[in-house]
Design a protein around this ligand. Sequence first.
Ligand SMILES: [Cu+2]
Length: 70
Amino acid sequence: MEQKELYRIEGMKCGGCSGTVQTALLQSDGVSEAEVSHEKGIAEVTHSLTDEEIAQIVEKAGYHVAGKGR
Ligand SMILES: [Cu+2]
């Protein structure tokens, strides 16, 4: 089941960082939408994956999921 969730992400400093995370998410199977902001340090992701899988995608891109929700 697909759901829209908000993850707090550590380590993003500029638009390049958020772009990297957003691209990594959008290229992953199971992710249909991703909106990432380095200013807010968040990613809003519509997906059918587990939180762990989302965290792995973000880690692989070089950043860290610090938590979920605002
Ligand atoms: Cu950056």
